[in-house]
Design a protein around this ligand. Structure first.
Ligand code: SAH
Length: 389
């Protein structure tokens, strides 16, 4: 009898659980299975654990999803795999490129739900902004995604699938050793990653694995609105870079902007940040601070921010508010942003102003909102999972 696979206790509310990853013909998806889980599946088939290592290499290092192309496995075994499994990623519903090179994909899951992933290229590197949920429960007042109700969590396959799909689209297989178009991952797309921790963690461990996609934890940033009880675990288990969507320096204002603050107020959040594992200069916590005209952008607030983060190895990312239809706020003036940045900078914290990218295709921070609500009922389920070849 093969040993039972390790099972993680799902942190996510089960009502939001993703559907099982089944192709329309009932075959299971190998993408998103942890290494241990993949080894277990091989054991169940009566194969040596070494098979899992081989498959891992083909799927995550070479990006091959067609079992027939896996030349170092016997014909017989390939047929067995073909019979039971698929290697599948989300399907592309829309593919838009901004004038500045930012590229946004609307991706369709097996049940018709859709999320967005965004590639933000720089000269010799690039970040992929990945979603963790369909919609979001947090209802931050300034965020477009927050106006979309949470439909469900993404599972590990759907999170890793965004990275694989983006690599397909950018022609980045096998995992390059030198410069990469996708050198960094930011969990800053739709959803709150720490409300879907187990799936996010499984997915990030797959992405980090040195024998596959191989994007190191130092190049992965998880952004949270402040799910305090999960921050410590994230630091201990994943050790990725942490970004905190702070946006206000007192609880009154933060309660309004980020309602989650009523549950985990600023003092608790800061204590969790102080406990987050750092490793010198490169492991600073990023505090994201959205610049809302006349709301949180005064010099007094810049000084309060500096006091709040005193002693934390940190940088402050100032994000000019990106407008969306019906948004209740406006973007701070360039002057106000400059003055704010200067105060923070003079206090010894790097305070880059985030350049809005992909605004013309609604791909900038806070502008992601899928059309899933509109499309999910009309699309056939079978369209939602695209086998790779
Ligand atoms: N739920 C997580 C992950 C989403 S990250 C979090 O809140 O961190 C999305 C980032 O974009 C956050 O820093 C968020 O505060 C920011 N953002 C949301 N709406 C925005 C908008 N309209 N303009 C600019 N930034 C926005």
């Amino acid at each position: 009898m093969p040993a039972a696979p390790p099972t993680a206790v799902p942190y996510a509310p089960t009502a939001f659980a993703a559907p099982p990853q089944l192709a329309p013909d009932g075959r299971r998806n190998l993408v998103g299975l942890s290494r241990e889980r993949l080894a277990h599946e091989m054991e169940v088939l009566g194969e040596k654990p070494f098979r899992a290592k081989q498959l891992w290499h083909w799927i995550y290092y070479r990006g091959v999803g067609d079992f027939a192309a896996i030349t170092n496995l016997s014909k017989r075994f390939r047929a067995v795999l073909e019979d039971k499994f698929v290697v599948a990623c989300p399907a592309v519903s829309a593919d838009q490129t901004s004038a500045d090179g930012t590229r946004k994909w609307l991706l369709r899951m097996i049940d018709g739900h859709e999320v967005e992933a965004v590639h933000i290229p720089e000269t010799d590197r690039g970040a992929l902004c990945v979603s963790s949920q369909v919609g979001c429960t947090l209802s931050c007042r300034f965020c477009y995604t927050g106006t979309q109700k949470l439909a469900r969590n993404l599972d590990a396959a759907e999170i890793v699938g965004q990275v694989m799909l983006a690599r397909d689209m950018l022609g980045e297989w096998p995992s390059p050793r030198g410069a990469r178009k996708i050198s960094n991952i930011v969990l800053m797309g739709m959803g709150e990653p720490l409300y879907n921790y187990d799936h996010v963690a499984t997915a990030m461990k797959i992405v980090m694995d040195a024998e596959g996609i191989a994007i190191s934890k130092r190049r992965i940033t998880l952004s949270t609105a402040g799910v305090v009880p999960m921050i410590e675990r994230c630091g201990a288990e994943l050790g990725v870079n942490l970004a905190i969507s702070l946006h206000a320096t007192n609880d009154d204002l933060r309660n309004q902007l980020v309602p989650l603050n009523r549950k985990y107020p600023i003092a608790q959040l800061m204590a969790a940040c102080r406990g987050y594992p750092s490793g010198g200069n490169t492991r600073r916590i990023t505090f994201e601070y959205i610049m809302l005209d006349g709301i949180n952008d005064s010099p007094a607030e810049a000084r309060a921010l500096v006091r709040l983060i005193a002693g934390i190895p940190a940088k402050v990312n100032l994000i000019p508010f990106n407008p969306w239809p019906g948004a209740p706020y406006g973007r701070s003036s360039a002057r106000a942003i400059r003055a704010f940045a200067e105060i923070v900078n003079n206090a010894g914290y790097a305070s880059p102003v985030r350049k809005p990218r992909g605004e013309d295709i609604m791909a900038a921070c806070g502008q992601l909102k899928s059309a899933s609500v509109r499309t999910q009922k009309t699309r056939a389920m079978s369209e939602g999972l695209a086998a790779r070849s």
